[in-house]
Design a protein. Structure first.
Length: 251
């Protein structure tokens, strides 16, 4: 029993000494070993030495307006055409002051284009055709074209010195279209009815795009254009995904 008491006293004494020895930020000679943020001092290969500048834009979220270019003209769709890109990136400095860096990582993208005038329907050969109407029918609520993809983004990043810096990102993505869907939503006497098409073979699985970000510190304007067609068959509409929006860098 006494042995247990001695052990408890020893542990309490040791813990009090440890707390007293922790960094409190008040001593002139004290050096903080705390490193804010996950991967803050990580280059992607080896840890940075202390004293190196912090890195930026490692977790970015793009909130985008989605549209198309090609056979169908852009900016004729509804503003409910909202998408989200989420990118996990390594920021690898290329200069001593970290005014230029190289970014690479993994990104997930979801796009949805909402319109009233174009209905995308696969035919018997699984080729997409587009049906254009002169106006929306009274019972129509929404028509959607959308999908999900995974890609590897690569960026060259340029920024001014300091925490509140001006930045420009020039880059692109190469990836794989996981799925795509077309959906028509109608009103009826029972509420609503939904027609949905997905898992068709006419979608271009290989995706490749170019993008640009211009902003200050955590915020940036974002624009992206896919060089690949959404539908690969020559008989399907020749349209390319276009995205514009706002990027928030979480850390």
């Amino acid at each position: 029993m006494k042995l247990l008491q001695y052990l408890i006293i020893f542990l309490l004494s040791f813990s009090s000494l440890t707390v007293a020895a922790q960094y409190d930020g008040e001593g002139v000679d004290e050096i903080s070993r705390f490193r804010p943020g996950s991967l803050w001092f990580y280059s992607g290969l080896i840890p940075f030495k202390e004293g190196k500048l912090r890195k930026y834009d490692r977790l970015m979220v793009d909130l985008t307006y989605n549209d198309w270019m090609g056979d169908l003209k852009p900016f004729n769709n509804q503003w409910g055409s909202i998408g989200v890109n989420t990118s996990f990136m390594w920021d690898i400095p290329m200069t001593e002051k970290n005014t230029a860096s190289f970014g690479i990582g993994l990104s997930h993208s979801f796009f949805r284009i909402s319109n009233k005038y174009h209905s995308f329907t696969p035919d018997a050969s699984n080729t997409f055709t587009v049906h254009q109407e002169g106006g929306s029918t009274p019972e129509l609520k929404h028509r959607y074209l959308g999908g999900n993809s995974l890609s590897v983004p690569i960026e060259f990043r340029f920024r001014t010195k300091g925490w509140k810096h001006f930045k420009v990102h020039i880059g692109g993505k190469v990836g794989y279209q996981l799925d795509a869907f077309a959906k028509n939503v109608y009103k009826d006497e029972f509420g609503k009815s939904v027609e949905k098409y997905r898992n068709f073979s006419d979608v271009s699985r290989l995706i490749y795009s170019a993008h640009l970000r211009i902003g200050i510190r955590n915020w940036a304007l974002f624009g992206s254009y896919n060089f690949n067609k959404i539908f690969k068959n020559d008989q399907s509409p020749n349209i390319h995904l276009l995205q514009m929006g706002l990027t928030l860098s979480l850390f």
